[in-house]
Design a protein around this ligand. Structure first.
Ligand code: GDP
Length: 381
């Protein structure tokens, strides 16, 4: 039995830890007895929630606990650890301090509006606005990278039947999950496979060839394939010979990165290569022999993280949304001239900026938000 008196425990409360031998029966009896004596099982995320409520962790750090548990690659672990250590929170705090300075300066400018110091105050405000905007932009970019790393990128394989999509999926995943066959149209369902390499995690969806079909089952496969395609970050279009059609990426989202894969180079006796033309990366490889797979992995890694995972902290879509909201209010506030002309309105915008930032670390939070966050945790965390 290990006793952690408050506040020196993970939750900040008195904690008694009972360690027992690992037999499920022994553990079950221990649990039962504890419950008989008045204990109850923890709700999902309850330990982290209590740690948050007792000020041991802020909200971004508590979320990093869940990210750490869900991490599937080395880079995700390192990123979650950085957020848990407070790197992300510290950057939000630094930005908040800049916003507070702006608010103070603005109050001073309002008080001395008639004063000779107006010129100086205008310069100071202009500089503070520029600093805060630059800080926010940098933080937003870093947070977006964090989300991409935390969530992993969604890559989709498309192409006619038999060009080797399933073989490529298997080669990347290093497993035999997708069925490889020479009969056209057998990949009817969308197979999902998570592939982690070089610290990057990609979800691959091997889809039915996107073609018209009279077959009902295949129709369904095609419908799912289109849905997968619509939410892809990276579209891998597979062909098995050089082609020059320009509708190869039809249906791909405008923002998705396009990679054209020329498979089966072993049949043509060609060498692997990777080049980029008109925004499309073309990689020639062989899913069967593995030649050129390293080029594909390197390209995916480059796309996923701009090549680097150093310094990336874990982050979530809600953090990006809060920062974007902060950015909109800052932009609406941001001009020294406007600040002096309508100081009350600008002061209001700055309050909103601070509010949005506070939602990230949980200075401002609602019960709905907390339950949405902590209910996704596992029990006992
Ligand atoms: P899919 O319908 O696009 O998923 O294609 P499959 O992965 O099922 O492959 C179709 C056929 O092409 C199979 O017989 C594979 O063994 C073969 N194949 C796939 N990749 C290569 C390759 O790089 N070289 C050669 N020679 N054959 C390949």
């Amino acid at each position: 039995a290990l006793y952690f008196p408050a506040p020196h425990s993970f939750t900040g409360e008195d904690v008694l830890e009972l360690h027992a031998h690992g037999s499920p029966i022994v553990l079950d009896r221990l649990l039962r007895r504890a419950c008989e004596l008045g204990a109850r099982p923890a709700r999902a995320g309850e330990f982290s929630e209590r740690a948050f409520l007792n000020g041991k962790l802020d909200l971004a750090q508590a979320e990093a606990v869940a990210d750490l548990i869900a991490a599937r690659s080395e880079a995700q672990v390192r990123a979650a650890q950085r957020s848990l250590d407070g790197e992300f929170s510290q950057r939000v705090a630094a930005l908040t301090r800049s916003v507070v300075r702006l608010r103070v300066e603005l109050e001073a400018a309002i008080d001395f509006a008639e004063d000779a110091s107006e010129g100086a105050s205008r310069d100071t405000l202009a500089r503070l606005f520029a600093d805060a905007a630059a800080q926010l932009e940098a933080l937003l970019a870093a947070t977006r990278r964090g989300v991409r790393l935390t969530e992993g990128l969604h890559a989709v394989l498309i192409g006619e039947p038999n060009v080797g999509k399933s073989s490529l999926l298997n080669a990347l995943a290093g497993s035999d999950r997708a069925i490889v066959t020479a009969v056209p149209g057998t990949t009817r369902d969308v197979l999902r496979e998570s592939v982690a390499f070089d610290g990057v995690e990609l979800t691959l969806a091997d889809t039915a060839g996107l073609r018209e079909s009279a077959d009902v089952v295949e129709e369904e496969g095609i419908r799912r394939a289109r849905a997968e395609l619509a939410r892809a970050d990276i579209v891998l279009r597979v062909v098995d010979r050089e082609v020059a059609a320009n509708d190869l990426f039809a249906g791909a989202p405008a923002a998705a990165t396009r990679i054209l894969i020329v498979n089966k180079i072993d049949l043509a006796g060609a060498s692997p290569r990777c080049d980029e033309r008109d925004g499309v990366v073309t990689i020639a490889l062989s899913a069967r022999t593995g030649a050129g797979l390293d080029l594909l992995r390197a390209a995916l890694r480059r796309i996923a993280l701009g090549g680097e995972t150093d310094g990336v902290f874990s982050a979530r879509a809600r953090h990006v949304q809060a920062l974007e909201r902060a950015g909109r209010h800052l932009a609406a506030a941001a001009s020294a001239g406007r600040a002096l002309a309508t100081p009350e309105l600008v002061a209001e915008e700055l309050r909103d900026v601070q509010q949005a930032l506070g939602e990230i670390t949980g200075v401002f939070s609602t019960e709905d938000l907390l339950s949405a966050i902590f209910s996704t945790f596992c029990i006992g965390k």
